[in-house]
Design a protein around this ligand. Sequence first.
Ligand code: PEP
Ligand code: MN
Length: 362
Amino acid sequence: MAHELDIIPGTEWGFFTLPRPMCIAGPCSAETEEQVMETARGLHEFGIHVYRAGIWKPRTHPGSFEGVGTPGLRWLRKVKETYGMKVCTEVASEKHVLECLKSGVDIIWIGARTTANPFLMQEIADALSGTDIPVLVKNPVSPDLDLWVGALERLNRSGIRKLGVVHRGFSTSASIPYRNDPGWKIAIELRTRYPQMVFFADPSHMGGDRKYLQELSQRAMDLGLDGLMVESHCDPSCAWSDARQQLTPRALQNLLESLVIRDNTSDNEAYKEGIDVLRARIDVIDESLLKLLKDRMDVSRSIGRYKKEHNVAILQAVRWEQLLSDMVASAASLGISEEAVRGVMTAIHEESVRVQNQVLEA
Ligand code: PEP
Ligand code: MN
């Protein structure tokens, strides 16, 4: 069930400017006053006006650089005063929230490890009650959409209406080139549920290496997301955290200029007519698919009855593996990817097993 959120769209906060991508940039961590100011200078120079820097850093291992803490907030103030930029940082506790409110931080974000923790989320939501500071919520480390939505709900119940999200990918044990699995499907689902909520992608934490930032940023734009949160450092190779994934301000400028931004929609009449025809075709095909699925489930039910009569187990692993590999082979000759066919067939098979189980238990 979709949970209602009472949200003010990001375009009305007065922080982000269109056209896309809206951009938040700055170092993973505030390290020194010089590094904070020098990075801000480079970003301000080409029009970035929302600056990020981690003050308190949630690190996997103790002993890694855990952020400069409260004194760093003074440097963010200086960025505001010197360049007129808006500043944002990560909070993970009531104390962090109070410090940020006190020192005039403009936006706060919730890190992936915190979104995953309902106790901390409630503590933060309570601390924010009665304020109207914008809050960006990163996805939780695991691909759990409800946990993400739950964090948004807690903030919203505390009266926070300037709510947005940052998609930074999910931890995975699978071997992939990126630091985190982009899991775009979940992002799209959240986007579909709350189309009015400002939606950023964080290609830096998703990719984990600057060489992937361009392709991930382009993908985020192709999916129609609103903005990018990108880590940028005046001297990336010397960064105290996430050195591999940070870009110099100049490299970020190049990246942003290289992006191809397609409109989310078009008012052009010819486009509208063309797209309507194509969508009508898709609708017809989807109806046929549904009808075919129904026929397939009817046959599954018959198979269930037959197995029941002959006292045969429902799951026939060898048969299923054979069926799947045959489908994968046929799909390849039709130009359909193995991943797609496995996904679709697995979903159909699961439903088929469920239907057969119903017959067995009847
Ligand atoms: C960060 O933005 O620096 C950070 C720690 O990100 P995440 O919570 O996405 O890991
Ligand atoms: Mn980082």
